[in-house]
Design a protein around this ligand. Structure first.
Ligand SMILES: [Zn+2]
Length: 177
């Protein structure tokens, strides 16, 4: 299609002539889709999670990466976190996530009890979401109930383990997926 080619030639010329703009100063952390740097659970959190999920979860837990300031999480409307197999994508900082026991339980439930055994897949989640929406879909119900049922125990495990301090305002009042 000549028109398109002609246009792209003009555009290429224009781009070539235009000097590259100066690099903007980084005012906020870079957004990462998932391939950028990420962290795993700090030792105190890891120990408490293993006490809850069982030693059999160690391999999956250690392989699970928490990606902060993730563009992928930001693509999920109002979500503050979203998960895939062995991945937790955060809209914000990992430090805030690891200071929020209820949010950790919710997201690690998705990863360790749903994604890891293959119960949760993108297709299954999408079908549930179409049938029941966010709040009532079975994956969210299970993660929510798991977090509620184990919150006191998890808090106690975290405190006992030492090296863990809650900080900042709780994120859990906001939506999570
Ligand atoms: Zn969820």
């Amino acid at each position: 299609m000549p028109c398109r080619r002609a246009r792209s030639r003009v555009r290429a010329t224009a781009l070539k002539r235009k000097p590259a703009p100066p690099r903007p100063l980084r005012a906020s952390p870079p957004m990462r889709l998932g391939s950028g740097p990420s962290v795993s659970a700090p030792p105190a959190v890891r120990a408490a999670l293993l006490a809850l999920f069982g030693a059999g979860a160690a391999q999956a837990l250690d392989a699970t990466r928490v990606v902060e300031h993730s563009l992928y999480a930001r693509l999920h409307a109002r979500a503050i976190a979203t998960t895939r197999r062995r991945r937790i994508y955060l809209r914000g900082a990992a430090a805030d996530f690891f200071a929020d026991p209820a949010l950790m339980l919710h997201e690690y439930c998705h990863v360790l009890r749903q994604w890891e055994p293959g119960a949760l897949t993108i297709v299954r989640y999408a079908l549930e979401w179409l049938r029941r929406g966010y709040w009532d879909n079975r994956f969210e119900v299970e993660a929510r109930e798991f977090a509620e049922d184990h919150l006191l125990e998890f808090r106690s495990l975290l405190s006992r383990g030492g090296g863990w301090e809650p900080r900042g305002p709780a994120l859990t009042a906001r939506r999570r997926t």
